[in-house]
Design a protein around this ligand. Sequence first.
Ligand code: ADE
Length: 424
Amino acid sequence: MTTTPASSDVADLSLAGEGDRLISWAAREMPVLRLIRERFEREKPLRGLRLGACLHVTSETANLAITLRAGGADVRLCASNPLSTQDAVAAALTADHGIPTFAVRGEDSVRYFEHVNAVLDHRPHLTMDDGADLVAELHKSRSELIPEVLAGTEETTTGVIRLRAMAAAGALRFPIVAVNEAMTKHMFDNRYGTGQSTLDGLIRATNVLIAGKTVVVCGYGWCGRGLALRAAGLGAHVVVTEVNPVRALEAVMDGYRVMPLIEAAPQADFVVTVTGDINVVDRHHFEAMKDGCIVANSGHFNDEINLAALDEMSTGVDQPRPSVEAYRLRDGRTLHVLAQGRLVNLAAAEGHPAAVMDMSFANQALCAEYVARHHEELEPRVYDVPLDIDGEVAALKLRAMGVGIDTLTEEQRRYLASWESGTS
Ligand code: ADE
């Protein structure tokens, strides 16, 4: 199937062959999504639905989009970040899979939002977001389309925070399932995915040895836990900064040093943000950093590092390597920022490996099916992923990995449901 280039916007359609090879390579590690696709092909649970998706356009996302299409959805896709698009994959989706894609790596903000609007022009019944730009734009600028929207899903922590704020303000006008909240999503994608892909991004961007370096991890949510674990595994001295006392305590007991960022900054070789918040690394932190420090963000938006302040402190910016910007400060120090403060794991590497995206996107596909079936019972608020979907994804993943587990005996089932027997 071929769609005309006019109904899409990708960098170069002639890259489609390369994109198809990348999509097939990722598919080898996505057995759960494959099983779902096979069932979707038979049952067509999304038949007749227009689905607008704003996701990182990667080979893993391509496998999700193809699954949704197999389920009968009419899918349109745009990027959820200007720097995360794999141009070859965007070409393949458009040219070979009947999924008009609007995504060009390196697009500016104007083109980025033109692409979001091109997906909204599709008048989606279902939305699928990673960061909530699609839903926010729909509510802010295209609200005439809302009556046709049945429901949506959201992939990431930052997007869920944003959507909950919308719901709390009474602004959200259709139900959203927070895929991020599935255990089979955040315990694996956020932890092992972000852990590995962020280190991958730091290393590809800089080729700096991690062993012996001090890596400051800002934020000890699931992403921060994974990043700290993998940095320590490569021999870094890991320092964690937090605002939440429970998480800070957990980081202490996991064996890391915990302190305010202003104390950590002078020791840091790397500072990496994974918080979902704004200006986590601010002017006074830059002032405290040592010469050569490398600063990166692996949270969803490029707000976590105050680059405007760094710009004001600088006399100029050099580009020593493709994803590295070297800010020359007035006092003679140089500070390095990776991937313009955008999520370093997707901008300087390829995002999470397919084996974890398999579970995240299995949740997405099953939640799309769930909202297609149940939207009439749902209110305009943010819902957790139904527990049986979480359980199904875990069971399918274990089966695909060839891992068997025990089952409760009848006696154990009765025991767990009783209260009479205690100390014997
Ligand atoms: N988010 C993080 N890694 C990703 C990937 N490989 N594909 C899509 N979204 C992602």
